[in-house]
Write a protein that binds this ligand. Structure first.
Ligand SMILES: [Zn+2]
Length: 251
């Protein structure tokens, strides 16, 4: 994010450059922190001093420590979307991609992929709907050349998830697409071997190790199909039939 609050969660909004310059001028400057204006978490300035060519300065959230669950924060999710911008937009193709996405077979595979990655409990249809709404808001369908199989990889990045562990304790997790530095979303299909989908605990950012599928997960059409698996069971369970999912999610 571009602005954070200086010294206090309700402090003056400053840019990363202003933040670094200002705390250098203060006697106790090193102890001054910047805060996210949405969730009041501490954030760090990145690239504020001597950024390389083409590098933008921004604030990022700190890695949360000692099992403290950070609040859901849209700014934090935006950070995960960094590097997932398109090279260009293709509005006409985007319309077709979205229409195809909602066809029975494709919708069923996308839903099963997301659900198998997150676990059943974490992905009721309403959460899937929210992911699609966020994709609509970001016009992800219109990313030029975006292949259909890559859409669900991006959908998973658009929210935090909650589930219950074996001990009965609820915990949060999220997905992040790891990619080469300074690439756009097109790296997912142009350099898929250098990309991976990571599933991480929200509380400490660690990779989750007890996943059903490889973690990190490779980014490819083959892996997408493998994780989605057999989707024919959806038709036998009316609340999750593709027609029912479409009715609820394509608002
Ligand atoms: Zn925040």
């Amino acid at each position: 994010m571009k602005f954070a609050c200086y010294q206090y969660p309700d402090g003056e909004p400053v840019t990363p450059e202003e933040f670094d310059a200002r705390r250098r001028r203060e006697p106790m400057g090193k102890s001054v922190q910047a805060y996210c204006k949405e969730c009041s978490c501490i954030v760090f300035s990145v690239n504020a001093v001597n950024p390389g060519p083409g590098k933008l300065s921004f604030f990022r959230h700190q890695t949360p420590g000692s099992g403290i669950e950070p609040p859901a924060c849209s700014q934090r999710r935006d950070e995960r979307m960094q590097g997932l911008h398109p090279d260009s937009w293709d509005k006409e193709r985007g319309k077709r991609l979205r229409t195809d996405f909602f066809k029975d077979e494709n919708l069923g595979a996308a839903f099963c992929f997301c659900r198998n990655m997150s676990g059943n409990e974490a992905l009721p249809v309403d959460v899937f709907k929210l992911l699609i709404q966020r994709a609509d808001r970001r016009r992800i369908w219109e990313y030029a050349d975006l292949p259909a199989w890559a859409v669900p990889y991006i959908l998973l990045v658009l929210d935090d998830f909650k589930t219950t562990g074996k001990t009965g304790k609820a915990y949060g997790f999220y997905f992040k697409l790891a990619k080469p530095d300074r690439t756009s979303a097109s790296a997912l299909w142009l350099r898929p071997g250098e990309c991976a989908l990571e599933k991480r605990f929200l509380s400490n950012d660690n990779l989750m190790t007890s996943s059903r599928h490889p973690n990190p997960l490779d980014v490819s059409q083959e892996r997408y199909r493998l994780v989605a698996g057999d989707t024919s069971w959806l038709e036998r369970y009316p609340p999750l039939s593709p027609a029912s999912i479409r009715q609820r999610c394509n608002g």
